[in-house]
Design a protein around this ligand. Structure first.
Ligand SMILES: NC(=O)c1ccc[n+]([C@@H]2O[C@H](COP(=O)([O-])OP(=O)(O)OC[C@H]3O[C@@H](n4cnc5c(N)ncnc54)[C@H](OP(=O)(O)O)[C@@H]3O)[C@@H](O)[C@H]2O)c1
Length: 327
């Protein structure tokens, strides 16, 4: 038997999946013991194809980092696709993994699983205590179902089959492999692109939507990958001591937040933009504060390594390196 487990990273070309692959390789895991399939090679919503894939490949571990993801506009326009594709992806992978005897699986969810008015910072036990944000409710319901699939398989089959399926809930992520699309990107890649273009065109001012006062938390994607591998590799007794069978997910955040204004100033400095930054308070702000409580993960021995200033420098370098691909 090979000393290294065979690891399947679902979504290995996505921002998080590719960071997990890089992290595993950097830690000495041989590349040929990591497998992935592109969307074109394997449609994860196709149950028969997913079962065939697992039957042939029989991995030892699975990182479930594939998902249909998108911004508010996409979530609002295609709610049926967001709930159905994600339910299919999770159910197909988790069940196919179980059928071929995969013992360890890590499911990646999202902070949108928490109620819109959850107390801040949001703890794991805020799950299912209130109504969700309406715009991405179908997506969030699918992510909650993913957590509950893992827990239910553990509860029904854990002892007899020795399976141990876990879940992590990341805060907002950024870094290499991010989506810089002008209309459909998250706040950090959107700001990087806008400040970069303003610098290139010598624009005297960049106007940011909203008041700039809402607070947000951001984690560099390599830290997310490191946290994922850390949680996957925790021994079972330790994991079980810090979780409950029906409250088993683990938040992964940076631990502190910044205002959108502070973020904008930092991105402007990182990019080298010297013009004026202003805010348009007539535009919507969204929730005032959204911060994860990551003390569960901290007590499990993991802390982030890359602060926002350093992470933004790395993200901007990646943006510059890959800008030809995007234009
Ligand atoms: N990015 C964030 O800020 C953030 C924050 C919290 C949680 N997360 C979670 O982290 C996970 C990964 O997110 P990400 O940012 O890495 O997203 P991403 O860059 O869009 O990667 C997702 C990957 O899944 C693949 N995929 C989607 N549908 C598929 C299908 N039907 N069959 C096969 N492959 C499929 C995509 O391939 P194609 O592009 O070819 O379809 C893509 O490679 C998601 O579960 C997400 O909810 C992300």
């Amino acid at each position: 038997m090979n000393q290294f487990p065979k690891i399947y990273v679902a979504g290995h070309r996505g921002m998080v999946g590719s960071a997990i692959v890089r992290h595993l390789v950097a830690e000495g895991h041989p590349q040929d013991r990591i497998i992935g399939r592109t969307h074109a090679e394997l449609d994860l919503t196709n149950q028969a194809a997913v079962r065939d894939f697992f039957e042939v490949e029989r991995p030892d571990q699975v990182y479930l980092a594939a998902a249909k993801v998108g911004g508010i506009h996409a979530n609002n326009t295609y709610p049926a696709d967001f709930i159905l594709d994600n339910l299919f992806i999770e159910a197909n992978i988790i069940d196919a993994a179980f059928r071929v005897g995969v013992k360890k699986l890590l499911f990646l969810g999202s902070s949108c699983i928490y109620p819109k008015l959850a107390p801040q910072p949001m703890r794991e036990d805020a799950l299912l205590t209130g109504i969700l944000e309406a715009t991405n409710e179908p997506y969030a319901i699918a992510k909650i179902a993913g957590i509950k699939l893992c827990e239910s398989y553990n509860r029904q089959y854990g002892e007899d089959h020795g399976i141990d399926y876990r879940s992590v809930m990341p805060t907002n992520l950024y870094g290499p492999g991010d989506n810089y699309h002008p209309e459909n990107s998250h706040v950090i890649p959107a700001l990087i692109r806008r400040f970069h273009e303003a610098k290139e065109t010598n624009a005297p001012e960049v106007v940011i939507w909203g008041s700039g006062t809402p607070m947000r938390e951001f984690l560099y994607v390599n830290d997310m990958a490191a946290a994922s591998v850390h949680v996957m590799n925790l021994n079972q007794a330790t994991y079980q001591r810090h979780t409950q069978p029906m409250l088993s997910h683990i938040n992964v955040g940076f631990g502190s937040d910044v205002t959108i204004k502070e973020l904008a100033v930092l991105v402007g400095q990182t990019v080298g933009y010297t013009g004026n930054i202003s805010f348009d308070p007539t535009k919507p702000d969204g929730t005032q504060k959204k911060l994860m409580d990551s003390s569960r993960l901290k007590s499990l021995g993991w802390l982030p390594q890359v602060n926002l200033e350093a992470g933004l420098k790395l993200a901007y370098a990646d943006f510059l390196n890959n800008s030809q691909l995007r234009n």
